[in-house]
Design a protein. Structure first.
Lengths: 246, 270, 281
């Protein structure tokens, strides 16, 4: 049954980009994010998108990031249509739509290439309180488990004559009750068991717990950061000084 | 009743779970499916009510191809009791829990009432009629899920790991229920590791290993085949071990301790 | 061997509950023992386990009488952080005891909470993985593990705290027989090599009786039987307490009724047949 949940979890990929410190990846992602946000010409957005795709190839994650872009293309189309409808010019509407795609893809760089483990370290480094980090960790950790629960519950209720695909909208919503109630009850029970297990392993015993791993910037990280910052500064400079035809 | 003809099943991720399964289960049979975790037991029984449809080959229930029916339709004839009751109990009262399926299957009001009362009584749950299923103990929840299924009177009842977490008293009760099913002509399929539970029922044994059926026949014969059991990582029931070690000459291994006692007493006094 | 657990007149009642879940439990566990704890569902086993590792009364308040002493310290008086280094509790479902995204990080969870230096955590994690034979799994995510592997990883998380006593709550109920017997061998191994004392709640007795030094049976919140597994299992009252008696042992009692007296109580088929063969000769 574990294939069911497979699509919802981070996948390890061996790539030089994945090996970078999560903070480096976060920086690159944020830079792209800022560049797309500030872009005022289609050509700029196009350059951002191309650079993101370049990084994606480097990170051997073109497929996943490409899928993210495709999935958000629908919403981009919607943005385009709405703008056009409200009298925003064709070119500007296109710009807004593309800008949205650029923002989505630049954030996805970070999330696609960063393991939940690294994400946790990054959150701690950013000074997020431990309880919140841990709540986040368990939430992500248990997504596949809860998905499996949901599938098993659906199987059980279908086996009691529940037709999930039949009926009108109201009926379909009502059909969700036999699925959602056990799912919620199970999750509550599960969180109780989690709390017991955490207590039993000394969670909260000291105010300042240590960690098996510590984030460390390698020389490579530092140079990548430097290059990306230079690139970022150059782009900003062009934004401010050079007038690009729209 | 249920027929598998040359069935393969491959999961979406490419893992092959069933290979070339040919199996016919007749009305009134008691069948125990054994084998180690991952051998394909659960996948097999999930084909019996259409939760899974074969990737190749055909599964029929009462002559009907399962691909032509929804699970909800097939379940009218084939009821599965899953391992974890918490994966299905959702109603505010036991009463509503039991009538859920009966309403889904469109039973008339009067029949629903009769069946409800019968099921609650049969499983000794009548004192909880208006209570929430959540207040029940583990063993009671298990009985409730059985009551839910029996209430709609399916022809085939599938029990997935029924003895997990059950104490001896609850197991005995379960064995009684299975015997009752047998006496009224139901077909029962039990998926279990618990050979000590299965053995006294003297079922037909289907042994699975790596997605294949590697043994199919009366338990009293197959359970003696140590090589086969070991290859499928199935434990031999203790009474069969004792029988074999005594090199007892009578044809069948001891079904229960009474039989063994008689044999041994005779042997010692001789 | 010294005494590790000393329970004296322990009674416990959960908050807002009228009934006492435990009544006047007396129990002494010596260092190095492997004890099976059995009894029907709802007899108070789980509550007793929680009293031994401190979840009661630290997490579940209620009426608490008597005392539980583990390795010389009062469970009631010490915080969970201290108790977790004396007693490890492995719950039934390993899934809910693996919190982190990799096996290695999960084993480190307890030592991290104790704020041990990184070097020390590293060596404990490596040592524990080696002991339990799960080194190849170090970088695996929880959803990439089989049920048996999850069980081992969860146990590793407990062992990394270096407890003297490990309590297992129905550890084999989700495992197939082969995987279950591997786990039982592991228990034996940890017992002989590290001297860890075990208390195991288990319905499936065929595997465990071989290594258990004692068996304790509870019913309705009280301790009703306590002795060697062979003594307890051949006791005539045992059937009433929901305990699945192995067929070989049950047969021993049946034979006794027929006047066939065997010298030793058999726990496994071979022990029975060996004695029978001797009689026949």
């Amino acid at each position: 049954m574990h294939w069911v949940a497979g699509g919802f979890v981070f996948r390890r990929v061996e790539s030089p980009f994945h090996k970078l410190d999560p903070r480096t990846k976060l920086l690159i992602s944020l830079e792209f994010f800022a560049i797309s946000l500030l872009a005022f010409a289609i050509i700029q957005v196009a350059i951002v998108l191309a650079s993101v795709l370049f990084v994606a190839v480097y990170a051997k994650s073109l497929k996943r990031i490409g899928r993210t872009i495709l999935m958000s293309a629908g919403f981009a189309g919607f943005i385009f249509a709405i703008n056009l409808l409200f009298g925003v010019g064709l070119v500007s509407s296109l710009l807004y739509a593309l800008r949205f795609l650029a923002i989505v893809s630049s954030t996805s760089i970070f999330f696609v290439t960063t393991s939940p483990d690294e994400l946790e370290h990054t959150m701690k480094w950013l000074g997020v309180p431990r309880d919140i980090v841990f709540a986040f960790v368990t939430a992500v950790r248990f997504i596949p488990v809860i998905m499996l629960d949901a599938f098993q519950i659906m199987d059980a209720q279908k086996s009691r004559g529940l037709e999930l695909e039949k009926g009108n909208f109201v009926k379909r919503i009502r059909n969700m009750v036999p699925i959602l109630v056990p799912l919620v009850v199970n999750s509550v029970v599960r969180s109780g068991e989690l709390a017991e297990a955490m207590e039993s392993r000394a969670y909260g015993a000291t105010p300042k717990p240590t960690s098996l791993y510590k984030l460390r910037l390698s020389r490579k990280d530092k140079s990548v950061m430097l290059v990306s910052l230079l690139f970022f500064a150059a782009v900003l400079y062009i934004y401010l000084r050079v007038k690009v035809p729209v | 009743m249920i027929n598998f003809s040359n069935v393969d099943f491959t999961h979406q991720n490419g893992v092959v779970a069933l290979r070339a399964i040919n199996l016919t289960i007749d009305r009134g049979e008691i069948v125990a499916v054994v084998g180690e975790n991952g051998a394909g037991k659960t996948t097999l029984v999930r084909h019996m009510n259409g939760l899974l449809k074969p990737s190749r080959g055909i599964v029929t229930v009462d002559g009907v191809d399962t691909r032509r029916r929804s699970t909800a339709q097939l379940s009218r004839k084939v009821g599965i009791a899953f391992q974890n009751p918490d994966h299905q109990l959702f109603s505010d009262t036991l009463e509503n829990e039991i009538i859920f399926a009966l309403k889904n299957f469109g039973f008339p009001e009067e029949t629903i009432r009769q069946r409800l009362d019968w099921a609650l009584n049969f499983f000794g749950l009548e004192q909880y009629t208006k209570d929430s299923p959540l207040i029940l103990s583990g063993g009671e929840k298990k009985r409730l899920t059985l009551a839910c299924i029996l209430a709609w009177d399916p022809d085939v009842i599938i029990l997935d790991e029924p003895t997990v977490g059950q104490d001896a008293i609850q197991k005995e009760r379960l064995a009684e229920v299975v015997k009752m099913f047998k006496s009224v002509g139901k077909t029962v399929v039990i998926v279990s590791h618990d050979v000590e539970f299965i053995w006294p029922l003297q079922p037909r044994l289907v042994i699975m290993s790596a997605g294949r059926v590697v043994g199919d026949g009366p338990a009293r014969d197959l359970m003696r085949d140590r090589g086969l059991l070991e290859s499928a990582r199935v434990t031999q029931p203790q009474l069969v071990q004792i029988h074999a070690e005594l090199k007892a000459s009578n044809s069948h291994p001891f079904v229960d301790t009474l039989e063994a006692r008689k044999y041994i007493t005779d042997m010692v006094k001789r | 061997m010294g005494s590790l657990v000393h329970i004296e007149k322990l009674s416990f009642r959960y908050l807002e509950s009228k009934q006492w879940t435990l009544s006047e439990i007396e129990l002494e566990v010596k260092e190095g023992e492997i004890i099976i704890l059995a009894g029907p569902s709802g007899c108070g086993k789980s509550t007793l386990l929680r009293c031994m590792n401190g979840l009661i009364p630290h997490m579940y308040p209620g009426d608490y009488q008597g005392s539980v002493t583990i390795d010389g310290i009062q469970v009631r008086e010490e915080p969970m952080g201290i108790l977790a280094q004396k007693v490890g509790l492995l719950f039934q479902n390993p899934e809910n005891q693996i919190f982190m995204f990799s096996v290695e990080r999960d084993i480190a969870f307890g030592p991290e909470n104790l704020a041990l230096p990184r070097q020390e955590i590293r060596s404990r994690v490596d040592e524990t993985m080696r002991l339990l034979g799960i080194e190849p799994l170090a970088q695996r995510a929880p959803h990439e593990l089989s049920d048996g592997q999850k069980q081992r990883v969860a146990l590793a998380g407990v062992i990394a705290m270096r407890p003297k006593l490990v309590i297992l709550d129905e550890p084999t109920s989700l495992l197939d027989p082969k995987t279950a017997s591997e786990l039982v061998s592991l228990i034996q191994d940890l017992n002989t090599r590290l001297g860890i004392t075990f208390v195991v709640v288990e319905h499936r007795l065929d595997l465990l009786t071989k290594l258990a030094t004692r068996m304790v049976v509870m019913n309705e919140g009280r301790k009703v039987l306590d002795g060697k597994p062979s003594e307890v299992l051949s006791n005539e009252r045992v059937g009433a307490y929901g305990i699945v008696v192995p067929s070989a042992t049950r047969l021993y009692s049946e034979l006794a009724k027929e006047g066939v007296k065997l010298a030793r109580v058999p726990l496994a088929p071979s022990e029975l047949t060996e004695q029978l063969r001797r009689i026949r000769r």
